[in-house]
Design a protein around this ligand. Structure first.
Ligand SMILES: [Zn+2]
Length: 318
């Protein structure tokens, strides 16, 4: 069985054909966003046609399509708002049905979709999926199902308060949120501030030819640069406080961490562990925290996973 998958990330869009074991068979991509969502969606469908053509299969041989738009999704159908593009209130199922003619189309936000893929690939049925990229979000999987909440926006552990003394403003309108202090973007801003205040730190990035952002600082931290290690210790403190709240509330048996910054999980983990020790009840505390098994294409596999689930659900009822 073959599945179409579309992942509209923050900075790029990836389109792919996968099999039902979530192997990626063909991918196409483009950078950035079209201001006009009509044009953007049309482009993704053109690329999906190109993927099937490359594999020598017809477009119709795809059994289902999964679409992950760049924002909050309500009721596994409506894109409420894509902050980077300003797209609002789009019926994703309707739009993609018109463009592809497929009967089975699934949609959800990247974090929920990735968590579903983690469940279906690892067989784990209960966990917290914690995503650290440009923003911070989480999904709760219980009994193998995503727990969406009343409006489909549960798991907002990026917007729990982790800093009261010196809170920074968050894109969500509040202050002191975990996302404002420890997302990839927040770590990047912190690194740039430090480089601005201390020319010798800026010089270090220049000499090594590392980007002055979270990734560059992670490379320096691995070379035991004290300032960069401190940056990750501080981010780990905030992330740890946020995860601790998730553990106290949900008592999940395991936590998977995804998103670009999860590549630096080893640098964050000692302080995350310390905060969990400080911030949880004893019996919620001893939980494995590990990197996702999904790798770089987590959201793309997520798109395929929600499509496959929908296909199975519909065909079980035949
Ligand atoms: Zn917030």
């Amino acid at each position: 069985m073959y599945l179409g998958a579309i992942d509209m990330g923050g900075s790029k869009t990836v389109v792919a054909v996968l099999d039902d074991k979530f192997e990626i068979l063909a991918t196409k991509r483009f950078e950035g966003h079209e201001k006009d969502w009509h044009i953007h969606f049309d482009r993704t469908v053109e690329l999906l046609h190109a993927c099937t053509a490359e594999l020598g299969m017809t477009f119709d041989s795809l059994s289902a399509l999964g679409v992950v738009p760049p924002g909050m999704v309500r009721n596994e159908r409506y894109l409420l708002l894509a902050p980077a593009t300003g797209w609002r209130n789009l019926d994703m199922l309707d739009e993609y049905s018109k463009r592809t003619g497929f009967e089975i189309i699934a949609t959800d936000c990247d974090v929920n979709a990735s968590a579903i893929a983690e469940a279906d690939i690892t067989g784990e049925r209960d966990f917290l999926w914690y995503n650290i990229s440009n923003g911070i979000g989480a999904a709760i999987i219980m009994n193998g199902e995503n727990m969406p909440g009343a409006n489909g926006v549960s798991g907002e552990l990026g917007h729990v308060k982790v800093e009261y003394e010196h809170p920074r403003p968050c894109p969500c309108g509040q202050v002191g949120c975990c996302e404002a202090h420890a997302s990839g973007a927040a770590i990047g801003r912190r690194v740039q501030q430090l480089a601005h205040d201390d020319p010798s730190y800026a010089e270090l990035f220049k000499r090594k030819n590392y980007p002055v952002n979270a990734y560059g600082a992670s490379l320096l931290a691995r070379e035991n640069d004290v300032k960069s290690l401190d940056v990750f210790r501080e981010a780990g403190k905030y992330i740890g406080r946020s995860i601790a709240i998730g553990l106290n509330v949900l008592n999940p048996p395991r936590v998977f961490v995804g998103g670009g910054v999860s590549q630096s999980l080893d640098l964050l983990l000692p302080e995350i562990r310390r905060q969990i020790e400080l911030g949880t009840v004893e019996f919620a505390r001893n939980v494995p925290i590990e990197r996702t098994n999904l790798g770089y294409y987590a959201a793309l596999k997520g798109a395929a996973a929600i499509a496959l689930r929908k296909y199975k659900k519909i065909h079980m009822n035949d």
